[in-house]
Design a protein around this ligand. Structure first.
Ligand SMILES: Cc1ncc(COP(=O)(O)O)c(C=O)c1O
Length: 384
């Protein structure tokens, strides 16, 4: 049964991507717009580092597309998360709540600040942080002092809650924000995977206090490597711009820095590629949606659960995913497809199982473990 499904899936993917032989990647970048033109212009201008018109242009395009007040271009999504957590005050005296089922960068960034991560369960429909799990965890562990939430067991404050929009599918933001607000915990959206995804008509990453995007080579829009911080908060935006450019005070020629800063801004060469990519975002999203719809029809006929966008949301379908019946069935699908040139992948190993992140507090993680045993990502790139 599994072997024949994997075989049919392989044929289906080959015919969908029009590739009879050779490898089909999970998500390869497509450069069909002005990338080379803008790159050449950027090099000719000699402004290749973080000062330059493409950085400003990419920030403006992102502000317009996402509807955020401030977009700050950063070297990559991990750095964007680190800087965002830093301005929210995450440090060794605090904890940051996140989901165990996420890419490791979310938790690495929390650890860079010195804060301790707290791992919560996922929802089986959104794949992201489960509001009920957050509510129960805080009821059992949090106490409010002067409007700030502290962990009763450790005495540390909760600096932030970081849900992640898995594969571009939106988490239940209303549910999470309501709970976070009642404890005074700021919400930072890890929207690294969800450029082009909308929650109840609003772009992901702009609904929480802060949000971040990634433009890694495997994302829907790439700058080679890059990220963006999104916020509507003027004061946070000003501070983020300052600390990510080495906290240098504005001056015509003097080098004065007024706090510990980071060199985290996106170079202009990367932004040049990003501007060209952003111009084609609507076409790329349309093609990805067509692929998701084709998969949904295919798997409906086979009786295999296909992960669809949650109700009331619009997903970018960054990575399409199905649910195998068991870990054994998952591995059989992975084995067959990968050995026949069709790249498929399991979801990430949950964070609480990784050796360097294993010793932190967690809630019950039943859904995350169930999902981790079954999820399979299938080729999802834009067709050239
Ligand atoms: C959920 C998530 N968070 C953070 C990142 C980090 O982004 P980057 O690779 O740009 O550092 C990624 C992707 O790479 C991601 O998928």
């Amino acid at each position: 049964m599994t072997q024949s499904l994997a075989q049919e899936l392989t044929q289906f993917v080959r015919s969908h991507y029009g590739t009879e032989s050779g490898a089909i990647p999970l998500h390869a970048p497509v450069f069909q717009g002005n990338e080379k033109k803008y790159l050449a212009e950027c090099i000719d201008s000699t402004f290749v580092s973080y000062l330059g018109k493409y950085v400003t242009q990419l920030e403006a395009m992102t502000q317009e597309y996402t509807g955020t007040k401030h977009a700050i271009a950063i070297g990559n999504g991990t750095l964007a998360l680190h800087a965002a957590l830093h301005v929210l005050g995450a440090n060794s005296e605090s904890e940051v709540i996140t989901q165990t089922l996420t890419f490791v960068a979310t938790v690495n960034a929390i650890r860079y600040t010195g804060a301790a991560p707290v791992f919560l369960d996922s929802s089986r429909t959104t794949l992201g942080m489960c509001p009920e799990a957050l509510k129960v965890f805080l009821q059992e562990n949090a106490e409010l002092r002067d409007g700030k939430a502290y962990n009763r067991k450790t005495g540390k404050s909760f600096a932030a809650c970081v849900p992640m929009h898995v594969f571009g599918h939106c988490v239940d933001l209303d549910g999470l924000i309501k709970i976070c607000d009642s404890y005074g915990i700021p919400l930072l959206e890890d929207a690294a995977e969800s450029l082009g995804s909308f929650y109840k008509g609003r772009h992901t990453g702009v609904i929480g206090k802060l949000g971040i995007l990634s433009y890694n080579g495997n994302k829907i829009v790439t700058t080679g490597g890059g990220g963006m911080i999104l916020t509507n908060d003027d004061a946070l935006a000003a501070r983020l711009r300052h600390i990510t450019t080495t906290a240098k005070k504005k001056h015509a020629w003097a080098f004065e820095h007024d706090e510990l800063g980071f060199n985290y801004r996106m170079p202009n060469v990367n932004a040049a590629v990003g501007c060209a990519q952003m111009e084609r975002l609507p076409q790329m999203l349309a093609d990805k949606r067509a692929t998701a719809e084709a998969y949904a029809r295919f798997f409906a006929q086979k009786g295999i659960p296909f992960i669809a966008e949650p109700e009331g949301t619009k997903s970018n379908y960054w990575l399409n995913a199905i649910l195998a019946g068991s870990r054994q069935e998952r591995d059989a699908i992975l084995e067959y497809t990968n050995s026949h040139g069709v790249m498929t992948r399991p979801v990430w190993e949950p964070m609480h199982r990784l050796p360097m992140h294993a010793d932190f507090q967690r809630g019950p993680l039943t859904n995350a473990e169930w999902l981790a045993d079954r999820l399979v990502n299938i080729p999802s790139g834009v067709r050239p």
